[in-house]
Write a protein that binds this ligand. Structure first.
Ligand SMILES: [Zn+2]
Length: 246
């Protein structure tokens, strides 16, 4: 392949810009915020599940309490009705009176037992409600931390995007100075080896840092200026400049 020495030198500018682009892409992939967000998201999801579980438990206890209170009310209503009958004087037979009195006593005992049950549920419910409040606070705190980390990630990404846009703009300018076939070779090598072109500097390929043999240097010295050379070692396009040591 042949290309004007000036066009070949532009490959070095291109390689430098591409290495900046690679560094930016690497920074984008390895932002510390990404790992932090991942961890925080998991913690937030865990706490959200715990909140739902605690809320379900508190809801169950609220229903259990309502049911127990309604049981107390039913027994109390019945005891009140019996007491009114007793107080009204309508029941006169001693046997009926004794039976009514016994029922009232039994109902009061039952009411006492049921009220104990209500109190016990209320205590459990209070503990469950406290647990909900604590978990909701923790979850909200986690959400706020997550949101801050997301903001920091977005700010970092937008900074990288801005820098990347500038470099891409400069790259487009450089690409305009390079003939299509040379650019195509460069892109192919870049895809294969990460870097497409390197400078021959002081007898060494700057890509792989290997010193060229005397025979290789002689071959390069004899090559026409517009010949596109390749490093024997790393296969990159080897660009000759005034600093090449030729
Ligand atoms: Zn090399």
């Amino acid at each position: 392949m042949k290309a004007a020495p000036e066009a070949q030198k532009r490959l070095l500018d291109l390689a430098e810009l591409d290495s900046v682009i690679d560094r930016l892409a690497h920074r984008r992939r390895t932002l510390p915020e990404l790992a932090e967000i991942d961890e925080r998201s998991k913690a937030f999801a865990r706490l959200s599940t715990q909140v739902i579980e605690a809320e379900t438990e508190a809801g169950d206890l609220a229903r259990e309490q309502a049911k127990a209170e309604s049981d107390v009310d039913a027994v109390r209503t019945r005891a009140d009705r019996d007491q009114k009958r007793l107080d009204s004087g309508a029941v006169t037979s001693p046997r009926d009176l004794a039976s009514l009195q016994s029922e009232i006593t039994s109902l009061h005992r039952r009411q006492g037992d049921l009220e104990e049950v209500v109190l016990e549920i209320m205590e459990r419910r209070e503990a469950a409600d406290t647990k909900v409040t604590d978990l909701v606070a923790k979850r909200d705190e986690e959400r706020a931390t997550l949101s801050t980390a997301e903001d920091r990630r977005d700010a970092a990404l937008s900074e990288i995007e801005k820098e990347s846009g500038e470099v891409q703009g400069r790259r487009a300018g450089v690409v305009g100075d390079i003939p299509a076939d040379l650019l195509k070779l460069y892109e192919k090598l870049r895809e294969q080896y990460g870097v497409g072109a390197a400078m021959l500097h002081g007898g060494r390929c700057q890509g792989c840092k290997v010193a060229l043999s005397i025979a290789e240097m002689n071959r390069i010295k004899a090559a026409p200026h517009d010949e596109v050379l390749r490093c024997e070692e790393c296969r990159r396009i080897l660009v000759r400049t005034a600093e090449s040591g030729l």
